[in-house]
Design a binder for this molecule. Structure first.
Ligand code: PLP
Length: 392
């Protein structure tokens, strides 16, 4: 029997880097410095350089990074007493994005996604901007930056901050600039399955603004401005040294690993088109009739392919089940848009509020993709799809 193909395989990455990672872990264990210290500072310097950011501040996870960056950008304070400030984001994301907005003291406000890239649609921003809007949090979904040109432009004209949710987009570029260096701050997750993943939890805030970096540093460490002097109440949101040391090893190979992700994505696209199973979005938008639609890469960007997510306009769940029967795992990112989650029932938003995000939730299917995946495995997934979709 052929071995199963997981959707993502963090253990395969460890196997390839075992000597370096084991040495880094041994070094930290022997040092006795387990929280903060030189490994964390080293990672902060190296990650800032990777993103072309002036500052990088490590946090306990990506949700901490978002919460602290939003607090540092003062999104929770309103000019009008008693009025709850608002932060705009996409409904097609992981709930951490909106948890952080609420926890920073603001109310999440959704704007539908662009039907092709599935990132926040800047054309729909005007309808959502109010006098209470304090920030926009574009989500760089699946490894591709949101349409940052018009988003940054609208934000600047309205005097509001842009905090990038770059948790899925380590190494993605927009017009030659890295995710995390585009807005007031960028927020990253090092959850084990991410393009840069820890062997546990981790996160990072990148920024060009010293005031934001300083406040994030304080918030992650119980509001301490110096030892046992607490300028404010903060959080325990620090990165540990073991994770930092492991991440430093993995960061060295990140650009090459992203390159491999892009090559695998290109192979998927070529095979699926050759087999007549898929179509690309064209000048006229969504093509009709194809069983699968390929992910859209925006022309001015470089996609980091955290996920290879196709759309299955009909029978997505049947295709998913049939792939699993053939030993091929897939994912759905995400099956329920945030505005329809029980946690946000209080917003009173019903089906039909954000039709593009809702349609995506019914159609998206993430195929296996990780740098250790072989070309043959990509071909096996494509052949399985051909069998399932009845085209040979
Ligand atoms: C888009 C997005 N935002 C935020 C997060 C939160 O990151 P973490 O799980 O590290 O808290 C994640 C990942 O889990 C994510 O994918």
């Amino acid at each position: 029997m052929t071995p199963p193909i997981p959707v993502i395989d963090p253990a395969a990455e460890y196997s390839g880097l075992k000597p370096e990672i084991d040495a880094a872990v041994g070094r930290v264990l022997a040092s006795g410095r387990y929280i903060g210290g030189p490994e964390v500072e080293g990672l902060e310097r190296e990650f800032a350089a990777f993103c072309g950011a002036t500052h990088a501040v490590a946090t306990g996870n990506g949700t901490d990074a978002l919460r602290f960056a939003l607090m540092a950008a003062a999104v929770g304070s309103s000019a009008v007493p008693g009025e709850r400030p608002e932060v705009i984001t996409s409904p097609l994301t992981f709930i951490a994005t909106t948890e952080a907005i609420s926890q920073a003291g603001a109310r999440p406000v959704f704007v539908d996604v662009d039907p092709e890239s599935l990132t926040l649609d800047p054309a729909k921003l005007d309808g959502a901007l109010t006098a209470r809007t304090r920030a926009i949090v574009p989500v760089h979904l699946y490894g591709q930056t949101a349409d940052m040109g018009p988003i940054l432009d609208r934000a600047r004209r309205n005097g509001i901050a842009v905090i990038e949710d770059a948790c899925q987009a380590h190494g993605a570029l927009h017009a030659g600039r890295a995710a995390g260096s585009l807005g007031e701050a960028g927020c990253f997750s090092f959850y084990p399955t991410k393009n840069l993943g820890a062997c546990g939890e981790g996160g990072m805030v990148t920024t060009a603004r010293a005031d934001i970096a300083d406040r994030v540093r304080r918030l992650r460490d119980h509001g301490q401005s110096e030892k046992y002097v607490h300028a404010e109440e903060g959080y325990n949101g620090r990165l540990d040294a073991l994770q930092a040391a492991i991440l430093r090893v993995k960061l060295r190979g990140l650009a090459a690993r992203n390159q491999r992700r892009r090559a695998l994505a290109a192979r998927y696209g070529e095979r699926l088109l050759e087999m007549g199973l898929a179509a690309r979005y064209g000048e006229e938008g969504r093509p009709a009739g194809a069983p699968l639609l390929l992910p859209v890469e925006r022309p001015r960007g470089t996609h980091a392919y955290h996920l290879y997510t196709v759309r299955v306009p009909a029978v997505r769940d049947r295709v998913r089940a049939a792939l699993l029967e053939r030993g091929i795992e897939t994912g759905i990112h995400y099956p329920i848009p945030l505005h329809l989650q029980p946690a946000y029932a209080w917003m009173g938003l019903r089906e039909g509020s954000f039709p593009e995000a809702e349609r995506a939730a019914r159609e998206v299917l993430s195929l296996p993709l990780y740098p250790e995946m072989t070309d043959d495995q990509v071909d096996r997934v494509c052949s399985a799809l051909r069998g399932i979709l009845g085209r040979g």
